[in-house]
Design a protein around this ligand. Structure first.
Ligand code: MN3
Length: 237
């Protein structure tokens, strides 16, 4: 990789962290034996307290997400055509690929997006007027939207994700099992992810134990609305 390419890659990462590109921009690096890379957390492990405790973040990022990236890299060793494909393109055709790519590719994509959708309390900004207007149109009110999002999280049985998705010119709340996501052609609601919350017990169990509903309520305090606004703007234009 040349210095220019490295610089471009750094700029792309910086732009991604600042929230002006869609989450699809997880590129594989064919120069590497392991093409998929776990980028650094955009904040310290204790930065999301009290909603999410430091130990949970350390284990979630350092073990769970890292394991998805490792297993995805192992899975694509046997599928060389995937080694140069952006992850969003891989996920869009997931029904033709092995379960290891679905589970670990989804896991890598979802967690990379998830970290970017959170920020230390008080630093994530506010929902934009455009987002608020669209939410009012599609859900009736902001409170109706947050209630629907929490309900999607509460009622997903077992492990999965709650989503706010832009699809067919409107915002929809949905949930997926395991590491599936709205990019995959196999899910109920396909579209552009705008907001996502991790419903796996590993995301909250140390602090909240069986009280998933309490985690879902506390989580609003660490949403990075600046990032959500940018994803909505990109998806809806
Ligand atoms: Mn997780």
């Amino acid at each position: 990789m040349t210095t220019v390419m490295r610089t471009l890659r750094f700029v792309a990462l910086a732009v991604a962290v600042l929230g002006t590109t869609p989450p699809a921009a997880i590129a594989a690096d064919p120069d590497k034996g392991a093409p998929f890379v776990q980028e650094p957390l955009p904040y310290a492990a204790d930065a999301l307290e009290p909603a999410i405790d430091k130990a949970t973040m350390e284990i979630h990022y350092g073990r769970h997400h890292a394991a998805y990236v490792k297993a995805l890299n192992e899975a694509v060793q046997k599928l060389p055509e995937l080694r140069t494909m952006p992850l969003d393109e891989i996920l869009a055709g997931i029904s033709k690929l092995p379960p290891a790519v679905r589970n670990n590719g989804g896991g890598h994509y979802n967690h990379t997006l998830f970290w970017s959708l959170m920020a230390p309390p008080g630093s994530g900004g506010e929902p934009s007027p455009a987002l608020k207007q669209q939410v009012a149109k599609d859900f009736g009110s902001w409170d109706a939207f947050t209630a629907a999002f929490e309900e999607a999280g509460r009622t997903r049985f077992g492990s999965g994700w709650a989503w706010l998705v832009w699809t067919d010119g409107r915002l929809v709340v949905t949930s997926t099992p395991n590491q599936d996501n709205p990019l995959m052609e196999v899910v109920d609601v396909r579209g552009a992810p705008i907001l996502a919350n991790d419903l796996w017990e590993h995301a909250y169990y140390l602090k909240y134990q069986n009280k998933r509903a309490d985690y879902l309520k506390a989580w609003w305090s660490v949403v990075n609305w600046n990032r959500v606004n940018a994803l909505f703007q990109t998806a809806s234009k």
